[in-house]
Design a protein around this ligand. Sequence first.
Ligand SMILES: [Zn+2]
Length: 138
Amino acid sequence: MGVRGGSCALQWSQRMHELSIAHSLVEIAEEAAAKAGVTRVTVVHLRLGVMSGVVRDALLFGFDIATAGTRLEGARLEIEDVPLQAYCAGCDAVVTLPDRQRFRCPQCNAPCGRIVTGQEIELTALEYEENAPEITAS
Ligand SMILES: [Zn+2]
């Protein structure tokens, strides 16, 4: 417990968590690709909040496993980090919190408990391989 650094630091339960997230993402992407009539997805774009609780490396690892044998096999997972933002009642504004341990407004120092962004795990876009032109059956 609590081991940091090193390649074996992740606990199995943590890996399982990311693996199940990876499976859900692949499921959503597969469905979208199927609807678009795409046979091969090359890049998957994901927005990942800094407070999502997802370990990036574990997710990338899980993604490779989850994509095997799907339209996403060999696809790259592009992760965009989403900063932690919360609503501050004192400023009546959404502020970016530089410190995830300390939920206080950087402008007025008031506690901000209402998180606006930073918890998302959101699939934003898929890049496809251009499909070969359809051959008209004669
Ligand atoms: Zn404030």
